[in-house]
Design a binder for this molecule. Structure first.
Ligand SMILES: CC(C)(COP(=O)(O)OP(=O)(O)OC[C@H]1O[C@@H](n2cnc3c(N)ncnc32)[C@H](O)[C@@H]1OP(=O)(O)O)[C@@H](O)C(=O)NCCC(=O)NCCS
Length: 280
């Protein structure tokens, strides 16, 4: 097995490996979700070619790691090994390659699944593991208050979004705005008491950052209000610092469930903040 940089021609094989690794019981992704994965991998190859690695043997791609650098923050977006090859050191080798891409970064962040091998690796690499909760379900149609001050954002709001991100999590999503906007609308709130933003896509809410909890709650309500009635959604990786989000979710009729961990290096959990699983 050899570890080498990912190529554009690997992207479809990599998507299949992640599908097998993340859903070993089968079922498979929807076509929409598969295309979203492929487009996201292509985006990371454009922006972070040095952070995209695969493990390969004669039979083809058997594992993948994708890491990003945003300002002085390193983010692990994906780590997956085909179930047929797990437990043989491939995940560790891929993770090491992804970590090396972050040389010189001051902070690190990743959203971890509750997987023994992954959590062991992250802790050994010096990450602090913060257990997380997830809100999921359908929004109670009668629950939503009429929140003011939130509007659909545009290109001209990106400096504001970046400054909120810098303040709340110490790094922007500058290189990812164009991709994030292809998944759903950017909502922005910029009022006397604070500022913030949220991205939405058909799979959930996040990233969301704000300079106050009250603004974060407005943004989360506004995001929930855009979801068509009866449609399932999730708000993931909420540490205990995000009770403002739990309160909105419970009032909206969503379930609170255990999720995984937010793994952080040289930083505390940003708040108020909802991370993006793939963009930190
Ligand atoms: C997580 C994953 C990438 C690890 O890859 P892997 O090739 O199986 O892992 P490795 O063989 O390199 O082992 C990594 C570490 O976990 C340990 N480990 C491996 N399998 C384990 C198991 N079932 N239980 C506990 N520890 C285990 C290894 O001993 C090793 O420990 P070390 O770092 O102290 O040496 C892989 O299991 C996977 O794709 N899982 C499904 C997708 C997933 O959860 N990805 C992580 C998302 S956050």
């Amino acid at each position: 097995m050899r570890i080498r940089p990912m190529r554009r021609t690997d992207v479809e094989a990599v998507e299949r490996v992640t599908d097998r690794a993340f859903r070993p019981a089968g079922g498979g992704r929807s076509t929409v979700a598969r295309h979203r994965w492929i487009k996201r991998l292509a985006h990371f190859l454009d922006v972070d070619p040095g952070g995209c690695w695969v493990a390969e043997d004669q039979a083809g791609v058997a594992g993948v790691a994708v890491a990003l650098r945003r300002d002085e923050m390193w983010v692990l977006s994906t780590l997956a090994v085909d179930p047929a090859h797990q437990g043989r050191g491939i995940g560790k080798a891929l993770f090491d390659a992804a970590v090396a891409y972050g040389d010189g970064c001051l902070r690190g962040m990743l959203c971890a699944m509750p997987n023994h091998a992954a959590l062991r690796r992250y802790r050994h690499a010096g990450f602090t593991l913060y257990p997380t909760l997830r809100l999921s379900g359908t929004v109670d149609p009668g629950a939503a208050p009429d929140v003011g001050g939130v509007r659909v954002g545009s290109q001209s709001d990106l400096d504001l979004v970046d400054s909120v991100d810098r303040r709340v999590r110490g790094a922007t999503h500058r290189a990812d705005h164009a991709f994030l906007a292809t998944g759903g609308p950017l909502l922005v709130c910029d009022i006397l008491t604070g500022s913030g933003y949220v991205y939405l896509d058909q799979f959930g809410v996040g990233p969301l950052a704000a300079t106050s909890r009250a603004v974060a709650q407005r943004l989360l309500w506004a995001a929930l209000n855009t979801v068509p009635p009866g449609e399932e959604l999730s708000v993931r990786h909420l540490t205990s610092d995000q009770e403002w989000a739990l309160d909105v979710g419970l009032a909206a009729g969503l379930r609170v469930e255990t999720d995984g961990c937010l793994a952080l290096r040289h930083m505390r959990p940003p708040a108020p903040y909802v991370p993006s699983v793939f963009f930190g």
